[in-house]
Design a protein around this ligand. Sequence first.
Ligand code: ARG
Length: 422
Amino acid sequence: MDDRSILLAEAELFIRRCYAELERTEEEAELRLKEIVREIEASGTYTHTYDELRHGARMAWRNSNRCIGRLPWDSLHVIDKREAGTEEEIAEALIEHLDYATNGGRIRPTITILKPERGERPGARVWNEQLIRYAGYGGEDGERIGDPASLEFTQVCERLGWRGERTDYDVLPLVIQLDGGAPKWFELPREKVLEVEIRHAGLPGFDELGLRWYAVPAVSGMRLEIGGIRYGGAPFNGWYMGTEIGARNFADEGRYDKLPAVADLMGLDRSRRSTLWQDRALVELNVAVLESYRAAGVSMIDHHTAAAQFETFERREKEAGRDVTGNWAWLIPPMSPATTHVFHKRYDNTIVKPNFFYGKKPYGAAAVSASTAGVCPVTGAKSEESAAAAGEPREQPETRETLRGRSAHSGAAGAPSGCPFH
Ligand code: ARG
């Protein structure tokens, strides 16, 4: 199949499903498809209507196998900024996104969709992994400042001429690239970045750790694909689940590594692992995160409530006649997973489109190459092997994804491509 036939096949699959879900008639879908055929013949691509864009983005969230927070997928706020034609306009759009999404703490799930790929032109790309993230610095003397997850990107920003204050919580600039041109960076105005100071009323000395985190997790390093159209710049946000911060960002040895400090404040015996000092410290750290966001009036969900909402999502999808796909290794929370129903179930990790994908990193020699081997060109269904080859996972240790993910990946067993349509 050549590129145009693949695009048309993907468009057909999407338009029929989208129009059916939006309760449009089959005639409307067929008419629209005729229009799309003509547009593809004339220009090699086609342009989504706003309704298609909006519902397509919502479907992409609904299909996000790693996300436990999919219940409100149908209320995602979709901002169409495909026309933003300069890096400056894009930066402005992203700051507007943060304003709208932050909403004084009552976070609104939002996506801003920028200029898509078109033939050889890559459209808009945001180099940041998230719109808001802290810089990370590490000197040869072993000195570590900030978030080690941002080491490489921080260097990229510095090479572009940005310079941080070298605190543990320097907010990185936005780096925007349009159609493969030179990237431009933009400082994020500090007043646009809502942050929460993490405190613990019952633990003397905790507040002096000076922990803080931002309110809005806005993933900007993934590509949105709808009906064969690739939107390389489509940052989206929900709200945080407490464990993302308390059991990973602050706790991982390769991140802020705060468990020993918390355990010492609690007076725990760290001479043996079997005192479970790590587990005890984890609980208090996570209580502190949840209580601090609550006190600050910033939306956040705990992992028990998130799992309960996911169960509701699963039931609603079943009622709608759709199968829920999921990645067990990512869906289970990193803390007390067996207290949630998710732990005791299996999930089918087939990739259904529309969806979000990791591609090639736009910078660096260490750029992870996006392998298309083992990916169905029409549906995007891919094997676990090709997912690993594409550089996933990004934030979790290899073992969590590849070992446990694979063992839980029984749903598509027997179907080599895992593709529901072939
Ligand atoms: N885990 C990432 C972080 O800690 C955020 C990923 C998206 N999370 C979300 N709740 N939408 O920053």
